[in-house]
Write a protein that binds this ligand. Structure first.
Ligand SMILES: [Zn+2]
Ligand SMILES: [Zn+2]
Length: 163
């Protein structure tokens, strides 16, 4: 994983036309250091590091970075969005239903061939978002039960944000 030196991130922000501030650098570093964190996670990390930053500033930075393609936003059904610095390779994700741990998994069959839909219905496809749900090795070992509120059922989405 990228160690994300201050100089690299500085250049990265500039190259995407984003003004460099200590707050933005801290947010970007937190995302790159802790892939698949939620905005709340990032907020805690950044606040512990530089103190003076509002929750709104963290959220604004995350959305700016996402819009400019600097970071990627993953929105699993029934859970808060996660952010990561690994962009542009169309990789997918494995999520544990029991502990919510998310890991990267490379594109299903090589470089972007999963963009070839069986029937694209005339759409020009530029992204395939795949999330594999299951249980991680640790959770299989502890044999913990899969929770009742199965996150793959959109009817259970309450948009709960631990605020
Ligand atoms: Zn797990
Ligand atoms: Zn990822």
């Amino acid at each position: 994983m990228s160690e994300g030196t201050a100089i690299d991130n500085d250049a990265l922000l500039r190259s995407h036309g984003i003004n460099v501030t200590a707050q933005r650098l801290a947010v970007l570093r937190a995302v790159c250091d802790r892939p698949h964190s939620t905005a709340d996670d990032i907020d805690k990390v950044v606040r512990a590091e530089i103190g003076a930053i509002s929750r709104q500033a963290v959220y604004d930075a995350l959305s700016t970075f996402t819009d400019r393609g600097l970071i990627r936003r993953i929105q699993p059904a029934g859970s808060p969005a996660r952010y990561e610095g690994r962009v542009g390779d169309n990789h997918h994700h494995l999520i544990c239903r029991a502990c919510n741990r998310m890991v990267d998994v490379d594109c299903a069959v090589g470089y972007r061939p999963c963009l070839t839909a069986a029937d694209p219905s005339g759409y020009e496809i530029d992204e395939a978002e795949v999330i594999y749900w299951g249980r991680c090795p640790e959770c299989m070992q502890t044999d913990s039960a899969i929770p009742d509120n199965n996150p793959s059922h959109p009817s259970n989405i309450t948009g709960e944000a631990t605020s």
